[in-house]
Design a protein around this ligand. Sequence first.
Ligand SMILES: Nc1ncnc2c1ncn2[C@@H]1O[C@H](COP(=O)(O)OP(=O)(O)OP(=O)(O)O)[C@@H](O)[C@H]1O
Ligand SMILES: [Mg+2]
Length: 354
Amino acid sequence: MTVLRPHAEDQYAEELALLAKDDDRPRPPGWRLSPWAVTRYVLGDGDAISPKYIGPRRVVEVAVATLATDRALLLLGVPGTAKTWLSEHLAAAVSGDSTLLVQGTAGTAEEAVRYGWNYARLLAEGPSVDALTPSPVMRAMAEGRVARVEELTRMPSDVQDALITVLSEKTLPIPELNREVQAERGFNLIATANDRDRGVNELSSALRRRFNTVVLPVPATAEEEVEIVARRVAQLGRALELPETVTGMDEIRRVVTVFRELRAGVTEDGRTTVKSPSGTLSTAEAISVLTNGIALAAHFGDGVLRPSDVAAGIVGAVVQEPVSDRVVWREYLETVVRERGDWRDFYRACREVS
Ligand SMILES: Nc1ncnc2c1ncn2[C@@H]1O[C@H](COP(=O)(O)OP(=O)(O)OP(=O)(O)O)[C@@H](O)[C@H]1O
Ligand SMILES: [Mg+2]
């Protein structure tokens, strides 16, 4: 049996081992690698170490340096800017374990960040260490590893506040047992939060002060975004074992261009303003449009990614709100796409599915 999606530390075990072998720089207590090597793991070295996150080096350096201090790391950004992705790879490189994860939702209970009880044992034996079920955060503290909290601002505020003691005192009291779990060195926490959720459950200022915030930017240039998308699409195709498909850079560039123009509200040449649809049209969505297109081309086409393989995916991503987004899309199609001489096939494919 093979798992559908291996954890980063398993998938990139060789790269991590390679980095650890040659790493003679100082490692913070409890770390598997030096901050320098962690950064190299994340950004790649143009050789044996593949780039995972593509973006400004400084952003990654600040994030890694933060983890070596007593402050926790908050990755903030619009949807699809690789917050989750980066957090997984940082945890994998720093502690060799990216699985100590709490998923923040409106229904996340305090047990998810503190501890719960195995009620059968609790009733049979009374409160004891054995009856306690530690949360991922508690395990990270006890083992000196990095814990991850996804979508921090979606959790109810009282659950968020349970993290304050953990982050400021580095301890988790267990009043029922009259004891505590103190964090081992190497413990820290990476949280992610979505810009768009701002105001859902605003971070309390007490908690905010325990974090260093790093904002993950949207790709600065079209070229950068094309590179991210091309790289991830190739990786995903391999991981899903999709049949070999000819994926021209032209098709990738076109999807990225459409997304960027609609997002920015203006064409790349700056000449035509267009309306923006309600959806986010993130890099992540461009990746999934292309991956779906490749599956179509591989299984139902001739093995070459064609405009008709991505058209439906693009329309689906753009038209989230059936009435107003459709108007936006129509207008873009007729005023921008139609006018581009080398986009004829693409225009026709879009007309067919619109
Ligand atoms: N700069 C980037 N470098 C590498 N991969 C990227 C980049 N931006 C986006 N991706 C890819 O986009 C996909 C989605 O990223 P991820 O889920 O981490 O986004 P997110 O910021 O957590 O979004 P959300 O706010 O919706 O949770 C991942 O597969 C990731 O590889
Ligand atoms: Mg995420």
